[in-house]
Design a protein around this ligand. Structure first.
Ligand code: SF4
Length: 227
C-alpha cells in the first residue's frame, strides 16, 4: 500500500460553493474553454451546452472567473493531489466541475488519485469527456471506486439518451420523463432550485438523472429547436 505524506505548505487550491448544492463544495474550471466535449462541429456547441448556466449571470463575474482560471494552472503542480486530499478532509460529499470539464488526461488521472485517497468523500463527476477514447480507462477506474459517481452527460435537450452510456439528460419539462422507468427526476425546481437534501446525483445505484430544463437561456434554446 502506498503511504502518502501530506506536507504543510499553503494550498493554492480554489474551492467554490454553489447555492444549489446545499453548501456542498466543488472544484471547477472555466466553462467552454475546458469543454472539448461540448463541441458538435467547429463553432457549434451541442444542444445541452447552448444554454449552459456557467457561461452567463454570476459566472461572468471576475470573482467567479478568477478562481476557475487559477485552478487551470494550479492542478499542474506536483503537490496538487496532496493539497486536494487535505482540502477534502472534512467533506462528506464533493462535486467535481460545477463548471468546465476534465479537458486533460493528466488532470483526469490526478482527479482519480484524489478520489482514491479520499474514500470518506462521496464524489460526483459529470462529464462529456467520455467521447474521447483515451479517457475511458481512467473513467472505468473512477467508476470502480465505491465512493465515486461518474455521470456521462447526454447532449440532447429533448430527454433522449443512450441507455447504458449516459448518466444524465435534459428535457423541456418534468412531464417528458414520466414514462421512463428506473430513472430519477431532479426535483430541484420544486425547492427553489436547490437540492434540499437530495443526493441522487451521487448515488451509484441510480443509472440516469433527468433534469427538467431551467433558466431563460436554456428555455430559449428549447423554443428555437421546437420552432
Ligand atoms: S437530482 Fe438531486 S442531487 Fe442531483 S441536482 Fe437534482 S436535486 Fe441535486
Amino acid at each position: 500500500m502506498t503511504i502518502h505524506k501530506l506536507t504543510k505548505i499553503a494550498s493554492t487550491v480554489r474551492i467554490s460553493i454553489t447555492s444549489k448544492l446545499d453548501g456542498i463544495r466543488s472544484w471547477s474550471l472555466q466553462a467552454l474553454e475546458t469543454c472539448p466535449g461540448s463541441i458538435e462541429s467547429p463553432g457549434v456547441l451541442v444542444d445541452a451546452c447552448k444554454g449552459c448556466y456557467a457561461t452567463t449571470g454570476n459566472y461572468n463575474y471576475p470573482n467567479v472567473k478568477a478562481p476557475r482560471a487559477a485552478n487551470k494552472e494550479d492542478w499542474q503542480r506536483v503537490e496538487w493531489c496532496d493539497d486536494m486530499v487535505r482540502e477534502l478532509m472534512n467533506d462528506e460529499y464533493f462535486r467535481w466541475l460545477d463548471s468546465g470539464d476534465l479537458y486533460s488526461l493528466a488532470l483526469a488521472e490526478k482527479v482519480l488519485e484524489v478520489m482514491q485517497r479520499t474514500p470518506w468523500v462521496k464524489h460526483w463527476l459529470p462529464t462529456r469527456m467520455h467521447k474521447f477514447p483515451k479517457f475511458r480507462m481512467v473513467f472505468d477506474q473512477m467508476r470502480a471506486l465505491p465512493n465515486v459517481s461518474v455521470r456521462f452527460s447526454a447532449d440532447s435537450i429533448d430527454g433522449s439518451y443512450m441507455p447504458g452510456l449516459h448518466g444524465s439528460t435534459i428535457g423541456p419539462d418534468a412531464a417528458t420523463f414520466e414514462q421512463i422507468n428506473g430513472v430519477s427526476l431532479c426535483r430541484a425546481y420544486e425547492h427553489d432550485g436547490k437540492c434540499s437534501g437530495c443526493r441522487a446525483c451521487w448515488d451509484k445505484e441510480i443509472d440516469l438523472i433527468c433534469y427538467p430544463a431551467h433558466g431563460k437561456k436554456m428555455m430559449r434554446v428549447i423554443n428555437i429547436k421546437a420552432a
